[in-house]
Design a protein. Structure first.
Length: 104
């Protein structure tokens, strides 16, 4: 969540500052990143959807990526499809049957 609330808006400011020029805020023609963060949090408090997309976008991307990864590469939490219930009292060692020589 910190990624969408702080890092992404600051990255937007850096890219916008390089490509579009300085960020203006009211009469201040060279407002810094904190002015953009203030405007961003104001937009969040107003409930503007574009601001919420920026804030929640990284979280949504991470959740979707994890779900897809779990579907593609099942982790330790996945259960085997045809596993028989195990008896906790038995060991996993195999016992071979033997026949005594006197029984042949």
């Amino acid at each position: 969540m910190l990624l969408g609330l702080v890092v992404v808006p600051l990255l937007i400011w850096v890219v916008g500052n390089r490509i579009l020029g300085p960020y203006t805020h009211g009469n201040n023609l060279h407002a810094g990143p904190m002015a953009l963060l203030g405007d961003f949090y104001e937009g969040l408090s107003q409930g503007w959807p574009s601001y919420w997309v920026v804030a929640l976008g990284p979280l949504v991307i991470i959740v979707i990526a994890r779900a897809l990864w779990e579907l593609i590469v099942p982790g330790k939490t996945a259960q085997p499809a045809a596993s028989a219930p195990k008896n906790p009292n038995k060991s996993n060692t195999r016992i071979e049957p033997t026949v005594g020589k006197d029984r042949l």
